[in-house]
Design a protein around this ligand. Structure first.
Ligand SMILES: Cc1ncc(C[n+]2csc(CCOP(=O)(O)OP(=O)(O)O)c2C)c(N)n1
Ligand SMILES: [Mg+2]
Length: 284
């Protein structure tokens, strides 16, 4: 990623965060913490890494994205709207009656959503099926998968991982959003994951661990994954739940929370300051 692309992607990530705050505040409350922690990987994927066509969301040769932690829908919707899959105004309908943007991702409602998710663990199996299907069709498409760290406590994830390793599904690039938090508390207190990379490696995966908020590192890791065509890839993203504003950053309570107008204004002004710093080249 050249410097211009890094700048562009970071500005895009900042815009996604602003839209997430606005949409959730407009609704009153929602899953903001886990939405904000995956923004930077979404920014990299939607800003050039994924082979997609917003005008033709079901394009057969596209890359696929399964956001298995389906409660992060708000950040995916913001990325899709900003990329032109649908009108940004639609973000105001988030999780309201009759909306096409439900709180959890639904492929039958939202243009650009490739798989319905929300029941944690299931997206992992879906992604393996998609990757296998595309391979059998001879398509040169990647399947990206975003898993929560709490989510990978689900046994189904490991069944899917074993299968992908066995079938050498090298066009799967999965991410674990390692924000160290789940609903009930910190991961290490609820059910520690110990060495995530070692576990996936043992299941036949190519493993990397990076700073999940550094778009350059994310891009590089994806390229490393693509440079090998032997194994499925797992990229462990060290992230901060609720990243973007003091109200939410690192807070267990940010999993699902109410945001009033005053809190929204404060969060947006913090994001505006970050944006100015990014543009001024001050913040890495
Ligand atoms: C099978 C299943 N069990 C429980 C839930 C309820 N639930 C929704 S989010 C969540 C916490 C998930 O933690 P994590 O994967 O770490 O998400 P993040 O920190 O990224 O928000 C739980 C238990 C669910 N959606 N699906
Ligand atoms: Mg988590």
């Amino acid at each position: 990623m050249n410097n211009q692309k890094v700048l562009e992607t970071r500005i895009f990530a900042n815009s996604i965060r602003q839209e997430v705050f606005k949409a959730i505040s407009n609704l009153g409350s929602g899953h903001i913490g886990g939405s904000l922690s995956i923004v930077d990987v979404l920014a990299v994927l939607y800003n050039g890494e994924m082979k997609i066509d917003p005008q033709n969301p079901k394009w057969e040769e596209r890359d696929w994205l399964v956001v298995s932690k389906g409660h992060a829908g708000p950040s995916v919707y913001a990325a899709l709207a900003l990329k032109g899959y649908f009108d940004k105004e639609m973000l105001k309908t988030l999780n309201k009656p009759g909306t096409n943007l439900p709180s959890h991702c639904d492929m039958n409602k939202t243009p650009g959503i490739d798989m319905t998710t929300g029941s944690l663990g299931q997206g992992a199996s879906s992604a393996m099926g998609i990757a296998l299907g595309n391979k059998m069709k001879g398509l040169d498409a990647y399947t990206y998968l975003i898993l929560g760290d709490g989510e990978i406590q689900e046994g189904q994830v490991w069944e899917a991982a074993l299968f992908a390793g066995h079938r050498k599904l090298s066009k799967i690039i999965a991410f674990v959003d390692y924000n160290k938090c789940q609903i009930d508390g910190y991961i290490h207190e609820v059910c520690d994951l110990t060495d995530i990379g070692a576990k996936f490696s043992e299941f036949g995966w190519y493993s990397q661990e990076i700073d999940g908020h550094n778009v350059q590192e994310i891009s590089r890791a994806i390229h490393n994954s693509k440079a090998q065509n032997e194994k499925p890839s797992i990229i462990i993203l060290n992230t901060i739940k609720g990243k973007g504003a003091c109200l939410t950053a690192g807070k267990i309570g940010s999993h699902s929370m109410a945001i009033n107008e005053e809190q929204l204004d404060q969060a947006l002004s913090e994001l505006e300051i970050e944006l100015a710093e990014i543009k001024g080249g001050e913040k890495k």
